[in-house]
Write a protein that binds this ligand. Structure first.
Ligand SMILES: Cc1cc2nc3c(=O)[nH]c(=O)nc-3n(C[C@H](O)[C@H](O)[C@H](O)COP(=O)(O)OP(=O)(O)OC[C@H]3O[C@@H](n4cnc5c(N)ncnc54)[C@H](O)[C@@H]3O)c2cc1C
Length: 603
């Protein structure tokens, strides 16, 4: 571990992916029958090495140098084009994608682990990575055979990159307000005209071509989201002709300096060709199908930042000497001795591991929904759908908070550019804004997910949370699980309460404290998944414990036992010292103050 560099905690990944979620068992499904557990481990290990050796070394320099506009294109920082090339060659852009076009065909669970570590090493570069994967996936899923042949392989291997062009200057959260137009031509293609803003990796020097997946309105299309279609708009056409896509500007941002966020003009000269994906007016539905993956990825951005922050902070706290030691009277203390610093480190670690426990499980649910037994696919899809806004929103809010706490652990130097934490916090902040702001995620949770399919998603969550009924806890876990049960009960009570508030005071009142509800559910779920991990860790410890030896003493003398012991600590801390945040959210929801709706906020 280092206070300035990123080193992956491979043991933690091994534990979560292989021991808790038992990735090896996924090989029993036809889609993964060519893999085995060793191959999964090797892939994750290679992803870690790539993150440490290629992505991390250019993270800080990329932030300092930033992107600049030169002769109508964007020059990315030194080392970025080469890292992008290696990313494509290594298959990291197409981990989950079909082998038909050169993808690795890996499970989501393994993909998520690889993505977390790569994001932790370099958020700026990995944003472009994901957008390319997302754009290629749209073409793979909805494109004609000809379109797939033309684009997929080159996007899977990074020769070409991709973007998602939704946002326009006056249409952000409200995508239905977009006005970019698409006029059908006798030859079959469309002419695109409009301006897109905030387009990540919209222009750059890392790939030979850029394939924009763009939302636009065709002639006579219905208003709002019903009248939006999805187009493939390449920077260069297949004969190499420029396609009338112009870079207007790049944003000067708080973070992600090495990721060009572009304003793009399409069709300034009336000559920008777009190729329809599948059919007119299906754009929003197509985007929705890809949304879960994209939102889980943004949640991972928070987790990745949190993971890196934990390492830097723990490492620094074990180096920095300040104040008298209480453990060794007469000596100076490493700051890790001070109770308040210990509390901060424990908070950071518990939240981070809680987020990881939840998000990796959601990746596993995704694999079960897509490749598991037919009869349980809907159940797991419901769980995915319910968890996604929580992963995205809770993940990015908590990840940012962990990075800020990390800055606090370091003290003054945490606020300087000598340590990576300030960049970490700046780079992460965008996670709560893009891919649907966190406020809008909360509306999705309470406004849609709670009620959809006559409440089936919540019913299935109830079943999932009954896990301890079939896996009774032992020893210290009995008390922890009992305590957690009381919060689980409170969560469902609070959901019923919120419904009553909505029935009594209307829709705005129902939505007013949606963010509190999302945070409440986030804490209950993260602690649940951590307790499941603790159960696994405890069983492993029991198996290995030498006869007559105390668990704590064993943990102190064996590195492996120490790892499992730490897992118990993490769950214990979450239950007793983090989960009580739920009480505050529950009370705020129950109080149902309508003041924000009634207050004069004009001044
Ligand atoms: C670095 C960066 C990269 C980006 N990359 C891309 C990209 O690649 N492609 C792309 O298309 N876009 C991209 N975006 C745009 C991003 O998705 C939008 O900024 C985001 O959707 C929010 O839209 P907005 O900025 O217009 O804010 P607004 O929609 O104006 O929202 C402002 C505030 O109002 C709230 N709000 C708005 N509507 C509602 C509502 N109905 N109910 C409750 N609250 C509401 C929001 O939660 C927010 O707090 C990027 C943005 C940035 C900064």
């Amino acid at each position: 571990m280092s206070s300035t560099e990123y080193h992956v905690n491979r043991r933690e990944l091994q534990f979560v992916v292989m021991e808790v979620l038992e990735a090896g068992k996924l090989c029993g499904f036809e889609a993964f029958s060519d893999f085995d557990e060793d191959l999964f481990s090797m892939t994750i290990n290679e992803a870690c090495t790539f993150a440490e050796q290629v992505l991390d070394p250019i993270n800080q320099s990329g932030d300092r140098e930033g992107c600049r506009v030169e002769e109508g294109t964007v020059k990315t920082p030194q080392g970025f084009p080469e890292a992008w090339r290696q990313m494509g060659e290594g298959g990291w852009l197409s981990m989950k994608m079909s082998p038909e076009f050169g993808g690795m065909g890996l499970p989501e669970l393994v993909t998520v682990a690889a993505k977390e570590v790569q994001l932790a090493a370099n958020q700026s570069l990995c944003i472009g990575n994901t957008l390319t994967t997302g754009a290629a996936n749209l073409i793979y899923t909805f494109g004609s055979e000809v379109q797939k042949q033309e684009y997929c392989e080159k996007m899977f291997n990074g020769t070409w990159s991709g973007t998602m062009c939704l946002t326009e200057p006056h249409a952000g959260s409200s995508v239905g307000d977009i006005i970019t137009t698409a006029l059908q031509q006798p030859e079959g293609h469309y002419l695109i005209k409009g301006t897109k803003q905030f387009i990540s990796a919209g222009e750059h020097d890392m790939s030979e071509n850029i394939i924009h997946l763009l939302l636009a309105r065709t002639e006579g299309a219905p208003e709002g989201t019903k009248g939006i279609s999805l187009f493939i708009v390449p920077k260069y056409r297949d004969d190499g002709t420029p396609n009338d896509v112009t870079l207007v500007n790049i944003e000067k941002k708080m973070g992600l300096h090495a990721s060009p966020t572009c304003v793009l003009s399409f069709g300034e000269n009336g000559n920008c060709q777009g190729y329809l994906l599948q059919g007119e007016n299906r754009g929003m539905a197509q985007m929705f199908q890809m949304m879960n993956e994209a939102r889980l990825f943004v949640g991972l951005q928070g987790l990745a930042g949190a993971g890196a922050a934990c390492q830097n902070a723990v490492s620094y706290a074990n180096e920095r000497v300040q104040g008298p030691s209480t453990l060794s009277p007469g000596e100076r203390a490493k700051i890790v001795e001070h109770p308040d610093v210990r509390r901060m480190l424990m908070q950071m670690r518990s939240v981070t591991e809680g987020l990881r426990a939840m998000m990796y499980t959601v990746a596993w649910y995704t694999d079960m929904a897509q490749h598991g037994p037919e009869e349980t696919r809907e159940y797991y899809q419901d769980l995915v759908d319910l968890h996604i806004p929580i992963c995205k929103s809770f993940g990015t809010d908590q990840g940012f908070e962990v990075a800020c706490t990390g800055i606090q652990v370091l003290g003054g130097v945490g606020f300087t550019r000598d340590f990576p934490l300030e960049q970490n916090a700046r780079d992460q902040k965008i996670g709560s804004i893009y891919e649907g702001t966190n406020g809008i995620q909360a509306l999705d949770l309470v406004g849609r997910k709670f009620g959809v399919k006559q409440g089936a998603l919540l019913e299935n969550l109830t079943k999932e949370l009954n896990w301890f009924d079939g896996n009774p806890p032992e020893d210290m876990l009995v008390d922890w699980v009992r305590e957690w049960e009381s919060y689980r009960h409170m969560m469902f009570e609070s959901i019923s309460n919120l419904k009553r508030i909505g029935e009594h005071s209307g829709q705005s009142a129902y939505l007013l404290y949606a963010v509190n509800m999302l945070q409440l559910v986030g804490d209950v779920l993260c602690s649940f998944y951590l307790l499941k991990q603790a159960q696994v860790a405890k069983l492993k410890l029991n198996e290995k414990l030498p006869e007559g030896m105390d668990l704590k003493a064993y943990a102190a003398e064996s590195e492996e036992a120490g790892f499992y012991w730490n897992k118990l600590n993490t769950a214990e801390y979450y239950v007793w010292s983090i989960l009580p945040r739920v009480l505050s959210h529950e009370r705020i929801i129950r109080n149902a103050s309508l003041t924000p709706l009634e207050a004069d906020l004009l001044v």
